[in-house]
Write a protein that binds this ligand. Structure first.
Ligand code: PHE
Length: 515
């Protein structure tokens, strides 16, 4: 076996892998088998480079076959590699002693690794110490020595010695110069299509090949008809859109009509005043609402209706004493980002009230609203509201409760509880709670109520028309359905787009029908 050092070997480490391909093929043309580990060692090449080259030849077609093996062997530690290069410590100590007169011991001990080197050289009987002189003198006891350690390391390095139980190896292991290693190597043999003259097979049939006729003799890479191919890129719906579709479906099944929600900017009149929300109400504070600076105000309102709204706030009307305060036009003119979709419902109800004869109506909407919230894992400054309303003659709180049971049963929520609440525009008002089987507790799922006469009568409805309504957020059920704990994982710049791809179509649990 060749030794690991040599100019030819070190030159080949810098050769391009294509010329290594040729060399490996030439080797195989005259040898039955190539062992990647010993081949790399013989040629002074990095084993990974040889394995990589074998892989690239294999990718060219049926040229060679390889089989993987593992074996245990021994390898040099980093310290041993230094000794292999520079000689053993004991040998260097011996060499440092002048042959004739010896050397003062303290002087000798200044050499690198002198302690081990000195001890080993002494035990090998290479040295003697004259303690009669001060300081003690170290002298050679023999004329010449062989660096056996370096020689052994060389044999191990060149794979001449691989038996980890050999006596001399055990000794080196104790000195931590040699360690056990596991080697993954390959044996390579010729295959049916073996040739030393391989060219990269053609992957495409080109116009040039057809023109020149070279396609007739070209070596084409076989097509892999089992390859999965690239996944075509495709769009996908965000979970909020999928859940919105489900809610929309439920409303449509129940005979509701969707309201147009295409205005994020609303004025305070439709967002607050028409809803009988007093002008000093905390919801109308900058802390809670985003006001627009440009355009800051709206000046066009249905004048007659505006006057009635003003009256019902300021002095009272339609049987109500109102709030008794100085209602301001400039406050109602202020533009805001709508804080609830009830503003949309209000516009629709006003339109409905303008019709000559009243017709009962069922409306719903699902769209964005904006609030100046402190952001945390469940609150953002914008979210989506789901809202439903029914306008009909003589509706009661019982009708509202009945409709809510019907609606929430379609979402798989059959256990409901209602808690009295307050909204400026509904009386009575109820928060809706549902028992969450997974969480084993009651959770708030929405808000509801019957619109107040102070809201409906100024619009022009007759006294026997009542409107029941409810609202909930879209984000909360979406987070529960998709198991998302932080709203920032659902909305905003930190959303992982892959999450949208991975998530299946949403199925709101279909309730067991009791109808
Ligand atoms: N607008 C209410 C909210 O923002 C929801 C609601 C709608 C309440 C309809 C009662 C009636 O929470």
């Amino acid at each position: 076996m060749a030794t690991s050092k040599g100019t030819a070997a070190s030159a080949s480490t810098t050769e391009k892998s294509s010329s290594l391909q040729t060399e490996i093929l030439l080797y195989l043309s005259t040898n039955n088998e190539l062992n990647t580990w010993s081949y790399a060692k013989e040629r002074g090449l990095d084993h990974q480079l040889v394995v990589g080259t074998i892989r690239s030849i294999e990718s060219l077609g049926d040229v060679i076959k390889s089989e993987q093996h593992t074996s245990r062997s021994i390898g040099l530690t980093d310290e041993a590699k230094g000794l292999l290069r520079d000689g053993s410590y004991e040998y260097n100590i011996f060499q440092a002693i002048p042959a004739d007169k010896g050397i003062e011991q303290p002087q000798l001990m200044k050499l690198p690794n002198a302690n081990i080197g000195f001890a080993k050289a002494m035990s090998k009987g290479w040295l003697q110490v004259d303690k009669s002189s001060k300081p003690p003198m170290v002298k050679r006891k023999v004329d010449t020595v062989q660096d056996e350690v370096q020689h052994l390391l060389q044999r191990i390095h060149s794979l001449e010695l691989t038996d980890s139980s050999a006596e001399e190896v055990v000794e080196l292991k104790k000195r931590k110069l040699v360690e056990d290693v596991t080697i993954n190597y390959f044996t390579v043999t010729k295959s049916a299509g073996f040739s030393t003259n391989i060219s990269k097979p053609e992957t495409d049939l080109t116009a040039e090949m057809l023109q020149s006729g070279s396609w007739k003799t070209a070596n084409f890479k076989p097509k892999n008809f089992h390859a999965k191919g690239l996944l075509p890129s495709y769009g996908c719906l965000h979970p909020l859109l999928k859940v919105r579709t489900e809610y929309r479906q439920i409303f449509l099944e129940m005979g509701f009509t969707e309201m147009p929600t295409n205005n994020f900017v609303e004025n305070s009149f439709w967002n607050f005043d028409a809803l009988f929300t007093p002008q000093k109400h905390p919801a109308r504070d900058v802390q809670d609402t985003f006001f627009l600076s440009d355009p800051a105000v709206t000046t066009k309102f249905p004048e007659e209706y505006l006057q009635k709204v003003k009256q019902v706030h300021a002095t009272g009307a339609f049987g109500s004493i109102g709030y008794q305060y100085d209602w301001q036009l400039d406050e109602t003119q202020k533009n805001v980002l709508r804080t609830h979709t009830t503003a949309v419902s209000t516009r629709m109800l006003y339109q409905l009230a303008q019709e000559k004869t009243f017709r009962p109506a069922k409306y719903f909407s699902i769209d964005k609203v904006f609030r100046n919230e402190n952001l945390d894992s469940t609150h953002l400054a914008e979210f989506n509201q789901i809202e439903g309303l029914i306008a009909d003659y003589n509706l009661t709180l019982g009708d509202l409760i009945g409709v809510l049971y019907q609606f929430f049963r379609k979402l798989g929520m059959t256990k409901l509880r209602f808690k009295p609440a307050y909204n400026p525009y509904t009386e009575p008002s109820m928060e809706i709670f549902s028992y969450h089987e997974g969480l084993q507790r009651w959770i708030e799922v929405g808000n509801s109520g019957m619109f107040r006469p102070e809201m409906l009568l100024p619009m022009g409805f007759s006294e026997d028309v009542s409107v029941i309504a409810w609202g909930l957020s879209l984000e909360r059920p979406t987070m529960i359905l998709y198991g998302i704990n932080n709203i920032r994982d659902l909305v905003g710049p930190e959303v992982d787009l892959k999450m949208c791809r991975r998530n299946p179509i949403c199925r709101v649990i279909p309730a067991k029908s009791e109808e």
